[in-house]
Design a protein around this ligand. Sequence first.
Ligand code: HEM
Length: 447
Amino acid sequence: MATDHEGITQAPGALPIVGHLFPLLRDPLGFLKTLPSYGDLVQIRLGPQTAVVVCRPELVQEVLLHDRIFDKGGPIIERVGNALGDGIASCPHSAHRRQRRELQPAFSRTCLREYAAIMTEQIDTLTAGWHDGPTIDVGSQMYALASGTIARTLFTAEAARPAVEAVTENLPDIFRGIYQQALLPPSLRRLPLPSNLRYERARNRAWGEVSKAISWYRQDGEGHSDVLSMLLATHDDAGEALGDAEVHAQIMTLLVAGIDTTAVALTWAVHLLCQHPDVQERLHVEAAKVLGTRAATWEDLPQLELAGRVITETLRLYPPGWIFTRMTTTEARLANAVIPPDTTLVYSPYLMHHDARFNRRPDSFDPDRWLPEHEHVRGAFIPFGGGARKCIGDAYAMNLATLALSTIVARWRLSHGDVRRPRIEPRMTLSPNKVRVRVACVERAPV
Ligand code: HEM
């Protein structure tokens, strides 16, 4: 094993030209899990590009907390910027504080309470439409729930319906495109390959409809108690209203960052409840006591304590955002290594959550590990990242997932039956390939 810079170890097994491309494509999670055995900072290679994977929680925290030195950057961030505009998730540190200040009020407690009413309504409609018998495709149901809820949080006016539909329809292709393009060398990104064309088409459709919605809101001039109205009423530090390009970038960013992540988390949670009928039963008892069979609301949240722990444990086992990058803006020190400027660093919530040095029995599903009496290693649980770039929608996602899961188990019993178990597919998010589940109405189902 070679050491390039002091304190940084090169991962073994790199092939000439392609580096670690094959293990990264074949089994990225398995490959990641081997890295801590080589050191705390391990260099991997993807073609001509190298990246340093940070393998200890306290070092990951250092990277996240010093966001001026370890700034956003790397191929995925570059593609996200290209697809969405320079919004809050991909902008550099120099623009971030201002953008965050402008967006933060949309995630205040008062706003979250209002959003919860939209969540309850959407969850109620979705789960009331299920029937005993045939299996349901949980992934697409949860996608419909997350996209419907988040899109309505952003724009409530009827005139924005085409934007909601265009985004919901095209987001999967946009997501796939961002990921594929990040892996392609720049020269291949512009070729008229079917995947590139599909991505361009999807991006242009969603982009165009969101632009129309913004124009309509501007002309209308009324407030609609939604995030778009709030952004249009926001002024920057110089007292100027935000321009269309920035409003557009923030709306697209919130849609892309929020929908798939939350849908995937809920899909894994349903799968885990099927795998662990004992936990499902306990959750049903909690939900039935608090809700009966009505849909859960904001006021119920403090009592849906086990549901919160089930979601937390799901995010630990299957963090939807499983890998992220940063770029050093200057020479940086990390542990005892000196890291040159323009180095790509990688942090992985999945790696932190599954490292047995920092998590007791890391691969087993145990919501009770989140009971208050248990202690955890700081930085070993980071499904929402950390520092100034921590997820702005963390409470939003937890509320939606808790309300949805509680309402589902209050009304329905879930089982895999003879349906095949899902395969884990690490792409932009850590998704299951397919989760099909049999649902039976609790009032008719045997306990
Ligand atoms: C379970 C669901 C979710 C997970 C696991 C998740 C995870 C994350 C993570 C790990 C980051 C940090 C990325 C980094 O360090 O580079 C992040 C950032 C972000 N997330 Fe989420 N997210 C979720 C839901 C949401 C929702 C519902 C929204 C909005 C509606 C949202 C909006 C954002 C935004 C705007 C950022 C960028 C924040 C910044 O740079 O200031 N996320 N998310």
